[in-house]
Ligand binder design. Structure first.
Ligand code: ZN
Length: 394
């Protein structure tokens, strides 16, 4: 069993963590504690027979199953979330005394997640932007995790179809993976579904601008950065409007008490529209098209149709966006008639990830998931060992 060797001696020691259950054609549910088991039993009563029978085969075969699937895979599609960057040094919501906690206190928010809502951004633009400038500063010290390197290796071994990341840290490009863009780089390997903290974008004209230290300082001091393109276009437009306005005013002067135009802006909305924002997707983002173009969904469909293995790495599935991606992938696989032939693996040290998927779904009857309860830093490099072994054999 070469695959087992590839994972080394640690595997036996860690076997308990991979305790698995039903793998294919049944439910990969890990129930270590009774309370959760009871919850699951209630929820899954209609499927209990299947689930129970699956559980009979409960040794550490979920990692083996994944390794076997990866060995033969040529078109792996990876979806990654914050767990992939867990060891990279970036704050998360669970980091005690981290950036998010500090900002939540500073802005007196009941829930830290409000920092990432469009509503907060729209109402308190400079404060929200200063918070993102702090994230940018933290990202300067972040180091790619072993999982990032492993995904880049999958790409260089020709086994990766695409990497879709929900992370905004830009760490995939730090390991040499190029970022997809529908116009400028349609063959890019990483799709940043929720943007990238290293860029500003203009929501009006979609012009982007890399963030540097002086920009971050400026934004940190709540001074907005104007779009380098829009003001020029608007200037011409304003001059034309001004001429028309002057003519009209001359005619109406005797009746109306008009206001003098402001020096910079005719109205308040144009002054905010022309300021750049961080290229980071927010909850309920009213400007989401400047972060992720619609073309992403076509690409996703093509990639999933071509996939022979789908990995969900370090995603907690606590957010509706990630469960929506999961459902979309399932739907695409089902339409392509590949729901039974394309394995999907959920790689996460917490069993809550799969639990969150299960509770977000209405139809569980065809769910096939390999659940690997371990950090991506350990699992993804194991996939590479398999991949390179296969290469040297050839
Ligand atoms: Zn612009």
């Amino acid at each position: 069993m070469e695959e087992q060797g590839a994972y080394g001696l640690r595997k036996r020691r860690r076997a308990q963590r991979y305790v698995s259950h039903s793998i294919f054609n049944t439910y990969a549910i890990n129930c270590h504690n009774t309370r959760q088991t009871n919850k699951l039993i209630v929820l899954l009563r209609p499927y209990l027979t299947k689930w129970h029978s699956g559980r009979e085969s409960s040794e550490d075969n979920s990692l083996d199953t994944l390794l076997a699937a990866a060995q033969n895979a040529q078109n792996i599609v990876v979806f990654s979330g914050s767990g992939l960057s867990a060891s990279s040094g970036m704050s998360t919501f669970s980091t005690k005394g981290g950036l998010y906690e500090k900002a939540q206190k500073l802005h007196k928010l009941t829930d830290g997640k409000q920092l990432f809502t469009y509503q907060f951004f729209d109402r308190r633009r400079s404060e929200a932007t200063a918070f993102f400038a702090d994230i940018w500063k933290e990202a300067q010290h972040a180091k790619p995790a072993p999982g990032h390197t492993a995904i880049a290796s999958l790409a260089s071994h020709g086994k990766l179809r695409r990497h879709y990341t929900l992370n905004i840290d830009g760490l995939s490009s730090a390991v040499g993976m190029d970022t997809w863009h529908h116009e400028t780089n349609p063959d890019g390997t990483t799709v940043e579904m929720h943007g990238n903290i290293h860029h500003l974008v203009c929501a009006e004209c979609f012009t982007t601008k890399p963030v540097d230290r002086s920009i971050a300082e400026q934004l940190g001091q709540m001074q907005p950065i104007p779009c380098p393109v829009c003001p020029l276009e608007n200037k011409k437009k304003k001059e034309e409007e001004q001429e028309q306005e002057d003519q009209r005013r001359e005619q109406e002067e005797d009746r109306d008490n008009h206001q003098e135009p402001m020096n910079n802006d005719n109205n308040s909305s144009s002054s905010t529209n022309n300021m750049m924002r961080f290229k980071v997707m927010l909850y309920e983002d009213a400007e989401s098209d400047c972060i992720t173009p619609d073309e992403v969904l076509d690409l996703l469909e093509e990639d999933v149709q071509a996939a022979d293995l789908i990995l969900w790495v370090g995603i907690s599935f606590e957010q509706s966006a990630s469960t929506a991606y999961f459902r979309r992938v399932r739907h695409t696989l089902a339409e392509a008639g590949k729901l039974d032939s394309v394995p999907q693996a959920v790689i996460n040290p917490s069993e809550d990830a799969l639990w969150n998927i299960l509770t977000s779904m209405s139809n569980l009857s065809t769910l096939r998931v390999i659940e690997v309860l371990a950090p991506s830093d350990e699992v993804l490099p194991a996939l590479i060992n398999i991949g390179s072994k296969e290469q040297t054999k050839e």
